[in-house]
Design a protein. Structure first.
Length: 488
């Protein structure tokens, strides 16, 4: 039995929570039915990409190369800025159903390169242009084209001309079930030196706001705060009443920018006051617009980014390292809880060992008749399936209450999902696609389990069993399908 198979067995026997942390963030939470509170059911236009940087989500979170716990209390993802974009690159951009000449379509280049089934090792690639991202050009040009014309892609805009872009690799490796190493490597593929802002971001899903139903609301607001760190590092303490306490350590004495994951009402809904002086887009406004007042000088909040600025020569790369670690329980003496071991030679060794273990695991599940090239295709295809897991949270009773559409209550009006008031989803589920289809579909899921069973038969079986649980099945016996009744 190899190391990854041992981890799978420990997870199955509940001896160690190796699957507690994984790539469980969506890649698009905006424009989804769960976040739609419009009168006419127009999800795309009720919560837009432009709103996403400023508006707190109700049911989930999104990000680039994202990671979270299996209940999505604490989230980690990468934000970027090339010094030219009008906004931070915090999430993937794409066209809505009405903007694309062939419907909704993500307009980014990103690749799931590797993952083990326990996510003990993962690797992701995002290609980030050095010129300003052409948001308006993509929308306007595609909107002018008819259904018989080719789609206007990001490559067609010329933004990658002369190879003026960064390859940004994000790697995760678990030293333990809740000790996660992160290495972010940016390579300049262009002919000239270029500056890049790397902003690894840690935040809490907003589960404390007064507008959240009491049964879904946390007992107290979580907290991120800067703490004293060993020389040559910066550190953030994270505390959540349900999740526990963690420390995010950052290699280098890097500035930490704090704000709150709350809606900027003053930007989006003029006349409404903000709940906090520091809001979701505060880090964006600080970095892009130089507004130092947009981040909390007391170095605390519910969203934080480490602000790395690097200038990378042509053909060269730069790397930053971080570590997210659960804190062990304090002893009877009441002394402070332990701190992570840091960024010594052991850090890079752990990454290398986890990659070697991933190689060993995939050799064990690949048929010997498969060629090396086909084996690589198989491995990356399965990695794409593993990266496409998402924490899916939906409380049908509360969602319908919030839409005044609960048939169990007086004054209700018939609306989407009215017959699914019993449904309660709070699980990690395999998605068809975490940007274009960030919701589950029972039919698709049944097919997902076939390749997933090659590497993780336990997870594959759990996915099938989910659809047969009372919290998912309709009382009539109907399985939840996509769109209307799966509460996308």
């Amino acid at each position: 039995m190899n190391a990854e198979q041992t981890r799978l067995e420990q997870a199955r026997d509940e001896k160690a929570p190796w699957k507690k942390w994984g790539p469980y963030l969506s890649e698009r939470q905006w424009g989804t039915v769960r976040e739609d509170y419009s009168e006419n059911g127009d999800a795309w236009n009720f919560f837009t990409h432009d709103h996403a940087r400023s508006r707190a989500y109700r049911w989930g979170e999104d990000g680039i190369a994202g990671l979270s716990d299996d209940k999505q209390h604490l989230c980690f993802a990468l934000a970027l800025w090339n010094g030219k974009d009008p906004i931070l690159k915090e999430r993937l951009f794409g066209l809505t159903n009405s903007e694309g000449n062939h419907g909704e379509d993500v307009k980014e280049y990103y690749f799931y390169l590797d993952s083990t089934p326990t996510h003990s090792y993962m690797k992701y690639l995002y290609k980030y242009p050095q010129a300003a991202y052409p948001y308006a050009d993509l929308v306007e040009t595609n909107r002018r084209r008819n259904r018989n014309e080719m789609e206007y892609e990001l490559l067609d805009t010329g933004v990658f001309n002369d190879d003026r872009y960064f390859d940004v690799f994000v790697e995760y490796a678990k030293a333990g079930p809740e000790d996660i190493l992160v290495r972010i490597t940016a390579a300049n593929r262009g002919p000239d030196a270029a500056e890049l802002h790397l902003l690894p971001t840690l935040w809490f899903r907003n589960d404390w706001a007064p507008w959240i139903a009491e049964s879904n609301r946390a007992a107290e607001k979580p907290l991120l705060r800067q703490i004293e760190a060993t020389k040559g590092t910066s550190a953030v303490a994270a505390a959540h009443v349900l999740l526990g306490e963690f420390v995010l350590s950052c290699d280098g004495e890097v500035p930490l920018l704090f704000t709150d994951n709350t809606t900027n009402h003053e930007r989006l809904f003029p006349g409404q006051k903000n709940e906090s002086p520091y809001v979701k887009d505060g880090i964006n406004d600080c970095v892009v617009h130089g507004n130092q007042g947009a981040v909390n000088p007391e170095k605390q909040g519910t969203k934080v980014a480490a602000h790395y600025r690097v200038t990378i020569a042509p053909g060269q790369s730069a790397a930053v390292r971080l570590r997210l670690t659960a804190q062990t329980a304090a002893g009877k003496s009441g002394k402070p809880k332990t701190t992570p071991s840091g960024f010594g030679a052991e850090f890079d060794k752990t990454l290398a060992v986890r990659l070697q273990e991933a190689d060993e695991f995939y050799r064990s599940v690949t048929p010997p008749s498969v060629s090396p090239d086909a084996a690589n295709v198989m491995r990356q295809a399965i990695a794409g399936m593993l990266w496409s897991k998402q924490c899916f949270f939906f409380d049908g009773d509360n969602w319908l209450d919030e839409h005044h559409s609960n048939p169990l209550h007086t004054g209700y009006r018939a609306a989407r999902n009215s017959e699914w008031f019993h449904m309660l989803n709070e699980d990690v589920i395999s998605m068809p696609d975490k940007w274009e289809y960030p919701w589950y579909a029972a039919w698709d899921l049944a097919f997902h389990t076939l390749p997933l069973a090659i590497v993780d038969p336990d997870f594959a079986k759990e996915q099938m069993n989910l659809m047969l649980k009372g919290a998912y099945l309709h009382p009539s016996g109907q399985m939840p399908r996509t769109s209307g009744t799966s509460a996308t």
